[in-house]
Structure formats: structure tokens, C-alpha cells
Design a protein around this ligand. Structure first.
Ligand code: CP
Length: 302
């Protein structure tokens, strides 16, 4: 049966661990000719640096080829073509579709129409499952385990799709959750439901300082201006949390700071030269994880 990855819930725990194992092999050797003859559509309706370019690097380093767009203005969408007809058309040409779209739910809809394997590269404030896989890989690489960790999520927990995907995924690993956000940007109850369902401990804070000493991982996020309907509301919360190196004195030795990037102000550059900064390596891990994911979904074992 054709595989899709729209939400991290589409993969079992065993499948996730299998993709992470495959990613380790690609980290050892990312240049292989195993996608020869495969043509993959990369459709980005929303800006991206890491996700699009790491997917394209992943495909090209494995000998595959790419068609697609990085913004929709030069496509027939401008003439009023629907998302459904766009997917039906691209199905005629390619072996897989990777899509980012600003609308929540668009990825599920497109995946149900697609006759080829479909990967969600981010749909609105809903899900970003491939970021979740590379976040899991980064946690595993830095902590040598995914089990029994204290993970602190900071910033926009309401609209942050990377947070929504990673919280769901970490409920399989006996995580203790520390949730730091302004009142206006708390984790939605639909996501908190997964923590409660698994009877896992979670603590909510407004001050980041309260959670730092407890953390194995601090997962910083950007307050996303583009998700706010009212600019006044954005102005109220935009610089709520700024992590500086001098705040990382009383920390666990294994602490790592992650961020899906791009950052704006929320991690001061002084953190970059500390042993806790891992966010650029995390972005690099996206290459290996996306190579693994594409191969897994096309049934190519390594
Ligand atoms: N982390 C992430 O999704 O980054 P981009 O928006 O640059 O792809």
C-alpha cells in the first residue's frame, strides 16, 4: 500500500525508530546512487530554507531528480486551479510528492488524492512531521536515548507546528514535559490531550528560568508573526523569551538547546559558542533523516 506521512501519528513507534536507524547510516555516507530513475515533486507554497533545501539536497545526493516550485505564483494556481487538480496532475509525472502549504489540513486532503507517496513538509500551524523526525534524531544523538527525558518547550506553543508534532511523538518515551509560554500562546488542549492520555507529567511556566535547571533538552521556538491575525497581539508577546549564554550557568551537563529555526531574537548569538548549542547540527541532521524517510517510503532499504 502507498505510504503517506502527514502527521507523526501516521508512523508507529517502530517505524519512527527504523527511520532513525536508517538516518544513522546516511550520516555515515550521505552520497549514494540509490534514487536513480526516481523523479520527486517538491511543492512549496510557503517560504522555507531548511526543509526545502535539505529535501532537495537529500534527493540529489542520492541520485534522484526534482521538479517543483518554491512559490506558487508561476503555476496554474494563479489561474484558479484547485489544490486537488494540481496534485492529480503532478501524480501523472512523479514518483513522490513533498508539499508545504499554509493551510491547516491541506496536507491530509492532498495525501488522500495523491496516487504516489506523499510527505507533509508543514501545513499551516498543524503538523511538521519531518521536522519532528529530525528533532527526535537530534535528541537521540545528543542524549543517547529517547526515554525518560525532561524536555522544555519554549515560546509559541499554540501555533508552533514543530512543537505539536514533537510533543505527540515524545509521549511514546515517558517524557516529562515543561511548557514555557505566554498565557496567550499555551499548548492547545488538543495536543495536551496526548500527554494526559499517556498519564505523563507536565508543568506550565511563564518564566523560562524556572525550567532551565530541570532540562535535558530546551526546545526554543520563534513567535511566528505570520500566524497572528491581529498585529497588536503579536507585539504584546513577540520578545517574551530570549535565551542568553549567561542564563545557562545552572544546567545539566548533558543539556542541549534545539530550535527548528529560523530564529529571530529568541536565542542570542552568545549561546552559539556554548557547548549547549545544537541547532545548526540539528538542521544538518535534516539531510540524513529526509534521505532515510524518502527511501523508507519508496521501499528502498539501506
Ligand atoms: N525548520 C523549518 O521548517 O525551517 P524552514 O521554514 O526554513 O524550512
Amino acid at each position: 500500500m502507498k505510504k503517506n506521512l502527514v502527521s507523526i501519528n501516521d508512523f508507529t513507534k517502530d517505524e519512527i525508530l527504523h527511520v532513525l536507524e536508517m538516518a544513522k547510516k546516511f550520516e555515515e555516507n550521505p552520497d549514494r546512487s540509490i534514487l536513480n530513475g526516481k523523479l520527486i515533486a517538491v511543492l512549496f507554497y510557503e517560504p522555507s530554507t531548511r526543509t526545502r533545501l535539505s529535501f532537495e539536497s537529500a534527493i540529489q545526493r542520492l541520485g534522484g531528480r526534482i521538479v517543483g516550485f518554491s512559490e506558487a505564483t508561476n503555476t496554474s494556481i494563479r489561474k484558479g486551479e484547485s489544490l486537488g487538480d494540481t496534485i492529480r496532475t503532478i501524480n501523472q509525472y512523479t514518483d513522490m510528492i513533498i508539499m508545504r502549504n499554509p493551510y491547516d489540513g491541506s496536507a491530509r486532503y492532498a495525501s488522500e488524492i495523491s496516487t504516489v507517496p506523499f510527505i507533509n513538509a508543514g501545513d499551516g500551524s498543524n503538523q511538521h512531521p519531518t521536522q519532528c523526525l529530525l528533532d527526535l534524531y537530534s535528541i537521540l544523538q545528543t542524549q543517547n536515548t529517547l526515554d525518560n527525558l525532561n524536555i522544555t518547550f519554549v515560546g509559541d506553543l499554540k501555533y508552533g507546528r514543530t512543537v505539536h508534532s514533537l510533543v505527540k511523538a515524545m509521549t511514546d518515551f515517558n517524557t516529562t514535559f515543561h511548557l514555557v509560554s505566554p498565557l496567550e500562546l499555551k499548548l492547545p488542549s488538543a495536543v495536551k490531550y496526548y500527554i494526559k492520555k499517556n498519564k505523563l507529567p507536565y508543568y506550565q511556566y511563564e518564566k523560562i528560568e524556572d525550567a532551565i535547571p530541570l532540562s535535558d533538552i530546551i526546545y526554543m521556538t520563534r513567535i511566528q508573526q505570520e500566524r497572528f491575525v491581529d498585529p497588536v497581539e503579536y507585539e504584546k508577546v513577540k520578545n517574551s523569551y530570549i535565551l542568553h549564554a549567561n542564563m545557562l550557568t545552572n544546567v545539566k551537563p548533558n543539556l542541549k538547546v534545539l530550535h527548528p529555526l529560523p530564529r529571530v531574537n529568541e536565542i542570542d548569538p552568545s549561546v552559539d559558542s556554548t557547548p549547549y548549542a545544537y541547532y545548526f547540527q540539528q538542521a544538518k541532521n535534516g539531510l540524513y533523516v529526509r534521505q532515510a524517510l524518502i527511501c523508507y517510503m519508496l521501499g528502498i532499504e539501506v
